[in-house]
Design a protein around this ligand. Structure first.
Ligand code: BDR
Ligand code: CA
Length: 309
C-alpha cells in the first residue's frame, strides 16, 4: 500500500480529491492531511479538511494540521469566485467534530516524514506549495522519508487560469514552488495541460450521485457546485484539477508525460507565477501532457462506489 500525506487548500476539487483518496483504502493509506492558505484563508481550509475527513466516515482520528497561513513572499491571494466564500461552494455540511490540534502543519510534515526513512511516503500537494517549501528548508533531511511529490499546479501549453500565463496554485506562492522544483526530489506534475482534458460533464455528476452513498452524494454536490461557479466565471465545465493527483497514483497507466526540469517566474510582471518546463531526458519531473479521460472518470466512479450505502 502506498502511504501518502495530502497537503491541500479545500477548495471544492481538493475536497473531491480527499474523498477519492479516503475511498481507495485498499491501495492508499493516508497518514495525515496538512492545510495551507490558498482557495480561501487558512482557518477555512483547515476547517474544510476536518469537515471532509469526518464525512468520509472511515478516517476518524486522522491528523489534520493547519500549516502556513500566508505565502512566503508575495501578498496572499484567494479564489472565492471558484470555491465560494467558505471554500466548499456554500454546501451545508456538518461542523467538524472535536477540537482542532494546535500542532503546526509544517511540524507535522517534518515529524511524519522523519519516521518514514527506509519506507518513504508520497506527498500529494493540491494547493500552493508554501508548507512543502518551509518543511524542506527547516528540515532538508526529510527527503530521506519522501519517495516523490505529486502536485496539481502549473501550466505550459494550456496557458494560465488566474492570469494568461499562471495557474492558481503556483501564482499563489511562486517562491515556494520554485524552491520545491529546485529541490531535485522526483515529482509528477498534473498541470492545466492535463487537467483541462478532464472536464466535469453533468452526466458524470449524475452517475456519481446515483452511487447513492452519503459520500458519493456529497462528491456529486461538490462537483455540481464547481460546475456552477465555473460557468458563472467562464462558461465551461470545471476541470477535475485536484482529483487528478490521486487518479495518477491509482492509475499511472492512464497518463502520458515528458521528463522535464521546471523553473518558476518569480520576477513581478505579466509572467509572474508562470511555470517553465525545460523538457529533457534527465529531468526529475514527470510533466503529464495526456490522459485517457474516460478511463480516469471510470476509475473515479469505481473508487467512489466503494463507500457503503
Ligand atoms: C487549482 O487551483 C485551485 O483553485 C484548485 O483547488 C486547484 O488546486 C487549479 O488551478
Ligand atoms: Ca486546490
Amino acid at each position: 500500500k502506498r502511504q501518502i500525506i495530502i497537503d491541500c487548500d479545500p477548495g471544492l476539487d481538493d475536497a473531491v480529491a480527499l474523498l477519492l483518496a479516503f475511498a481507495a483504502t485498499d491501495r492508499i493509506d493516508v497518514l495525515g492531511i496538512t492545510t495551507v492558505a490558498g482557495n480561501v484563508r487558512g482557518e477555512l481550509t483547515h476547517r474544510n479538511a476536518r469537515i471532509v475527513r469526518d464525512l468520509a466516515g472511515n478516517q476518524s482520528g486522522l491528523p489534520v494540521r493547519a500549516g502556513a497561513p500566508r505565502p512566503l513572499v508575495r501578498d496572499p491571494v484567494t479564489a472565492e469566485d471558484f470555491h465560494g466564500t467558505t471554500g466548499l461552494g456554500g454546501l451545508d455540511l456538518p461542523k467538524p467534530k472535536g477540537r482542532a490540534s494546535r500542532q503546526h502543519g509544517v511540524n507535522f510534515l517534518i515529524q511524519t516524514l522523519r519516521t518514514m526513512k527506509g519506507f518513504p511516503a508520497t506527498l500529494v500537494v493540491t494547493g500552493p506549495m508554501t508548507n512543502v517549501a518551509l518543511a524542506l528548508s527547516m528540515a532538508p533531511d526529510i527527503v530521506e522519508g519522501l519517495s516523490e511529490i505529486v502536485i496539481m499546479g502549473g501550466a505550459d501549453s494550456e496557458g494560465g487560469n488566474i492570469t494568461p500565463h499562471a495557474e492558481f496554485n503556483i501564482f499563489a506562492d511562486p517562491h515556494a514552488a520554485q524552491a520545491v522544483f529546485r529541490s531535485g526530489i522526483p515529482m509528477r506534475v498534473l498541470s492545466l495541460d492535463v487537467t483541462h482534458q478532464l472536464l466535469t460533464q453533468d452526466e458524470m455528476v449524475e452517475r456519481v450521485r446515483a452511487l447513492g452513498s452519503y459520500q458519493a452524494v456529497v462528491a456529486a454536490d461538490l462537483l455540481a457546485a464547481s460546475n456552477k461557479l465555473e460557468e458563472s466565471a467562464k462558461a465551461r465545465n470545471a476541470p477535475l484539477h485536484d482529483p487528478s493527483t490521486i487518479l495518477a497514483l491509482l492509475r499511472p497507466d492512464l497518463f502520458t508525460g515528458r521528463k522535464a526540469r521546471v523553473s518558476v517566474v518569480t520576477e513581478e510582471g505579466e509572467r509572474f507565477g508562470k511555470t517553465v518546463p525545460e523538457y529533457r531526458e534527465d529531468g526529475h519531473v514527470e510533466w503529464y501532457t495526456g490522459v485517457d479521460a474516460e478511463g480516469a472518470f471510470s476509475e473515479l466512479l469505481g473508487q467512489l462506489g466503494r463507500y457503503p450505502l
